[in-house]
Design a protein around this ligand. Structure first.
Ligand code: GCU
Length: 664
């Protein structure tokens, strides 16, 4: 089949535009302009003229167009941008509109300033939480064959760790730019072994080759760093952020990076979390840790992206007042206003860990003096791992539009003192698989994330519709509608057969696919459901529980605190209730659990039928790829249904009122 072009089918575009002649009114030598020219001439094989009168489409820089330097306007066969980057975005928007037959008129500027992708790729070629093959950046033999790799230690410095597949990276840069992504970090936030050395020679020079490609697509490159790098690779006796020699070490490293990569974006840091080192080791707080790096970056306009996914993974299940959901808030809220201007806190959208349903992390809305990025996961770690169908955009949109301390129009941007240092970020789902995402239909999440960052007002249906029309250009409207119906309901379907009513993870530990109802129940990771013979759920109320509800603005807190007001779907995240408790849907909790699980399985069975009916309509590779995954999804859904229902039957002793099969 060859490597998939996702939503940018070059031969189709070429075909539609074959009679057009492009003209560029600017000939800056910046790399984005060169890329734009090369996209027209080399990628699409179209004509670019130097004579204005021969042109049918004109590309123009007009710095008065908008305050936003990334804005573009398409009008009367002209694509104008406030900068070359704006024109590049306008160019892809033009292709998109042309392909899906929208009017060729649009004025647009991105709503989020930073639209970032994180990779969790490791220097041995593996990808943490990756479900689409090996890393597109790293790989021992510069090929896809990493079979006998093992991990690399600091002492292995010099080993060739790069895949060097620049054709692939160029395609990737195109996908990213076409949906407006403007920042990328290349390596896993758990920076271990040889990965620690990416920031120094000889690796930083190789990183610069990748950064050059991204830069030509208007994308800044970042690296994740190990907080203890001064000790690990600098051979210092400490990594204490207040030690002069530590500060000096970082500033030398950073200054060298800028010699090699003049437009380097900055660092992403996971510190004091899940066993990673951090400033707490030295009795320092996160602001002291982040600001030390920020100071070294200041001269270069570099950024420190500091993750708030910080919790003590030694939680004791015996103590019911202990609540992992409060951890990020407790660690970071007292530091609001203490971070330097070029520090941005990267905050997961929910308080636990990318669950299928979590409330919005209460730091959003509460933090007012700190720059923020809202973090999502495109790679579906807890959401079916690109085996199960799961179009997650509806869930992400519900998070960005949830208003805690509601006066801000845009939770993240309006609460960041420097809006240009705020936005959305996601861990991506691509790898060396021919279709990039393992599951062809999981491309919709990648596409959707970029579109959501650019235009927060798009809804999940519009985004999906766009993606389908771009991706499956040849199929008829009926087939398109069938795939649409499957995808748009898929996030909810997954939720139906998963852990019930937002209670939390009931996943197979560490692996995070498939059910293990008590997998984490007595573990140190702080994700418990507390089911007993009377009921289930985590009491996070102020009245009788952990008090987590109080972290929200009073009117939201009141809603979460109250059994009368809380939505059924949020119930077990906030309350421990009896199996006979009557929900707003008029049914008991236990009956709702049974009904949802049976319904989830039946939805998947229906997806299989619908997919069978599109056989012959979509290309064979896509058909087989999705068919195979749907069959695996059915096993997964059935397994969840059987285990969850049996577990709660055994706990409660209450029968399903419709007498369906529960294994007793
Ligand atoms: C999850 C995930 C880890 C990851 C972590 C993070 O816990 O399972 O693999 O390292 O999130 O976001 O840092």
């Amino acid at each position: 089949m060859g490597v998939d072009e996702m939503w940018l089918n070059s031969s189709k575009i070429k075909d539609i535009l074959k009679n057009e002649v492009f003209y560029c009114n600017f000939d800056e030598e910046d790399s984005v302009t060169l890329r734009l020219r090369s996209e027209i001439v080399n990628w699409l094989g179209l004509k670019l003229t130097t004579k204005q009168e021969l042109a049918t489409i004109k590309l123009e820089i007009d710095n008065k167009l908008d305050k936003n330097l990334e804005a573009y306007q398409i009008k009367e066969q002209q694509i104008r941008g406030t900068s070359s980057k704006g024109v590049l975005y306008g160019f892809y928007a033009y292709l998109r509109r042309k392909l899906i037959k929208l009017p060729l008129e649009e004025t647009s500027a991105p709503q989020q300033a930073l639209r970032m992708i994180n990779h969790w790729d490791q220097v041995d070629g593996t990808v943490e939480r990756g479900y689409a093959g090996e890393s597109i950046f790293f790989g021992r033999f510069g090929s896809n064959d990493n079979t006998d790799k093992g991990s690399f230690e600091v002492k292995d410095i010099g080993t060739d760790i790069f895949r060097n597949d620049f054709t692939r990276l160029e395609m990737y840069g195109r996908f990213l730019a076409s949906i407006g992504i403007n920042a990328i970090s290349l390596n896993n936030v758990n920076v271990r072994g040889l990965g620690t050395s990416l920031i120094i020679s000889p690796y930083i020079e190789k990183v610069s080759e990748i950064a050059k490609i991204f830069s030509s697509f208007g994308i800044k490159t970042f690296l994740a760093v190990n907080w203890s790098a001064p000790k690990i690779i600098g051979k210092l006796s400490s990594s204490d952020p207040l030690e002069c020699e530590v500060r000096l070490w970082w500033s030398k490293v950073i200054s060298h990076i800028y010699q090699v990569i003049p437009d380097f974006g900055g660092f992403v840091v996971k510190a004091d979390s899940e066993g990673e080192p951090g400033p707490y080791q030295y009795g320092r707080n996160h602001a002291e840790g982040a600001n030390m790096l920020a100071e070294a970056f200041q001269a270069y306009q570099g950024l420190v992206i500091w993750r708030t996914f910080v919790y003590n993974s030694q939680t004791d299940w015996r103590n019911r007042k202990n609540d992992r959901a409060k951890a990020a808030y407790e660690n970071f809220m007292p530091l609001d206003g203490k971070f330097a201007e070029n520090v941005i806190l990267q905050i997961k959208f929910g308080p636990i860990d990318f669950g299928v349903r979590e409330p919005l992390m209460p730091l959003f809305g509460a933090l007012k003096k700190t720059n923020q990025l809202m973090e999502f996961q495109i790679t579906a770690e807890y959401l079916g791992q690109q085996i199960d169908l799961n179009y997650s955009v509806p869930q992400w949109l519900s998070m960005i539009h949830f208003s805690n301390y509601g006066q801000a129009k845009d939770t993240v941007r309006d609460n960041s003192p420097l809006p240009s240092n705020s936005g959305f970020v996601a861990i991506n789902n691509v790898g060396m698989d021919e279709n990039w995402c393992g599951n062809k239909l999981a491309q919709a999440n990648f596409y959707g994330f970029g579109r959501m960052c650019w235009d927060n007002n798009l809804n999940a249906e519009q985004i999906l519709d766009e993606w389908l029309k771009l991706t499956f250009t040849e199929i008829d409207a009926i087939t398109q509608k069938k795939i649409f119906t499957m995808l748009i309901s898929s996030n909810r379907t997954y939720e139906l057969y998963n852990a019930p009513l937002s209670v939390g993870s009931m996943m197979v530990p560490h692996y995070h696919y498939g059910p293990a109802v008590n997998g984490y129940e007595y573990d140190r990771w702080g994700a418990y459901h507390f089911a007993d013979c009377n009921g289930v759920g985590v009491d996070r109320t102020v009245a009788t529980g952990t008090g987590y509800t109080s972290l929200y603005e009073p009117s939201i807190a009141k809603k979460f605190e109250s059994l009368e007001e809380i939505a059924d779907e949020d119930l077990l995240f906030f309350h421990h209730v009896n199996y006979n408790y009557i929900l707003h849907n008029g049914k008991t909790l236990i009956q709702t659990i049974y009904d949802q699980h049976f319904e989830g399985v039946s939805c998947v069975k229906n997806y299989i039928k619908v997919w069978q009916s599109v056989s012959g309509e979509v290309d064979e590779d896509t058909y087989n790829n999705v068919a195979e995954r749907l069959n695996l999804q059915l096993c997964n859904a059935q397994n969840w249904c059987d285990q969850v229902n049996t577990y709660f039957y055994r706990m409660s002793g209450i029968d399903d009122n419709r007498g369906r099969q529960i294994y007793k």
